[in-house]
Write a protein that binds this ligand. Structure first.
Ligand code: SF4
Length: 158
């Protein structure tokens, strides 16, 4: 089903979204210390902040954006998001017990699909990964299987 023409009350939003969609808002800021996301209390239109991102910096390396969950996303399988499935299959980052305050939750695809489990992992997720972030790249790749994530986890722990 196309997102075009959907009633706003039934539409879900992507918490790892596009910076440049017309509806995009800033979900949070990646902190300098460990890259975890600090969530904004209220949504700010992405168009208001993109101009402040230094030239040459990919906005999604420093900010997390929310935009409509769209049917042509590479991560969509029917009405589900396979990205959040991979996120939940990967080993948790330290300190994943806290559930952030988040303005998107009521409309969030990840929340509607997995509930609070996704909220606990969400702060550690980067929409764009730094070079060398092997696990991040694996999770972002729609072709990654559960077995590959398990193998990565086993190798990292050995
Ligand atoms: S399927 Fe997942 S990654 Fe794709 S737009 Fe929807 S929530 Fe975002």
């Amino acid at each position: 089903m196309s997102s075009v023409g959907k009633d706003e009350s039934e539409r879900t939003w992507c918490p790892s979204g596009d910076a440049h969609a017309p509806e995009s808002v800033v979900l949070g800021v990646r902190s300098g210390q460990d890259g975890r996301v600090v969530y904004l209390a209220d949504p700010v239109p992405a168009s208001q902040v993109l101009g402040a991102v230094p030239e040459g910096v990919e906005p999604r390396r420093v900010l997390r954006f929310a935009s409509h969950c769209v049917s042509d996303c590479v991560n969509r399988r029917g009405g589900d998001c396979t990205l959040v499935e991979r996120v939940l299959s990967a080993p948790p980052a330290p300190d994943t017990d806290r559930v952030p305050r988040c303005h998107l939750r009521a409309h969030c695809q990840w929340w509607s699909q997995t509930g609070v489990a996704a909220c606990r992992r969400c702060p550690a997720i980067a929409t764009r990964h730094r070079a060398g972030d092997e696990l991040g790249e694996l999770m972002a790749d729609p072709s990654t299987t559960r077995e590959q994530l398990d193998a990565w986890t086993a190798a990292a722990g050995s």
